[in-house]
Design a protein around this ligand. Structure first.
Ligand code: TIU
Length: 223
């Protein structure tokens, strides 16, 4: 069984019972003119992890690990968007309003799509989610149950919002969760650091963390 040299201790997993969940690597969060920018964030930091995330997904596919991409988005009629979410932050553009990549955070619009380097491949699974956590309002739990998945590797954006929320949801559901430290990023470096620290504190209260190099070596891939 492969073992990742992780923190706070080694993480052993069976590839056939493991999925990698790449959270919300969408143009709306990573490129200028999208939802992340409308909230006032400097989005330039997030693009830096794209090559690492792509290497991680490729290695997982080769190892027989299921690849799941999530995307935060809403129906075009916004019937699944709580008014409180739409109003939050008094943004320059609200969810559903038109920006340079189409209507913000609306499924099917250019901004809701994945960055091209991380486009889903044949056999990957895409989960559209209306919330920050990927289990809320989605079939993710059923998808994992039908495949007998017990272990989840996480990457994506942003570390302390959708990634952490989803990891906490998964941890409470009994999954063994590991965050790939250099395959996740935040608009706020201190929040990323704090999130990694709080996940693995107290003996791994939410799960494990490891660098992508440790994951790739466990998979027998070139770091
Ligand atoms: N604002 C922010 O940091 N994140 C989000 O709104 N969504 C995700 O993290 N995907």
């Amino acid at each position: 069984m492969p073992v990742i040299r992780a923190t706070p201790y080694d993480y052993a997993f069976e590839p056939a019972r493991t999925a990698v969940v790449m959270i919300d690597m969408q143009r709306d969060f990573i490129e200028p003119g999208g939802f992340g920018a409308a909230l006032g964030n400097d989005v330039s930091r997030l693009a830096a992890i794209v090559p690492t995330a792509a290497r991680l997904l490729d290695a997982c596919r080769r190892a027989g690990i299921a690849v799941i991409h999530t995307k935060e988005c809403h129906r075009p009629d916004l019937a699944d968007c709580p008014p409180a979410k739409r109003a939050r932050g008094n943004p320059s553009l609200r969810i559903g309003e038109a920006g340079s990549m189409g209507r913000l955070l609306v499924d099917g619009e250019p901004g809701s799509d994945f960055v091209p380097e991380l486009a889903p491949r044949d056999g990957d699974i895409v989960v559209a989610k209306p919330g920050k956590g990927a289990f809320y309002g989605t079939a993710l739990g059923e998808i994992l149950r039908l495949r007998g998945i017990t272990h989840l590797l996480f990457g994506g954006v942003t570390t302390e919002v959708c990634v952490q929320t989803t990891m906490r949801e998964a941890n409470d559901r009994g999954y063994e969760c590991l965050l790939v430290e250099d395959a996740t990023e935040s608009y706020f470096p201190a929040f990323k650091t704090a999130t990694i620290a709080m996940i693995r504190a107290q003996g791994g209260i939410v799960g494990w963390t490891a660098g992508s190099g440790a994951v790739l070596s466990a998979l027998g891939a070139e770091p």
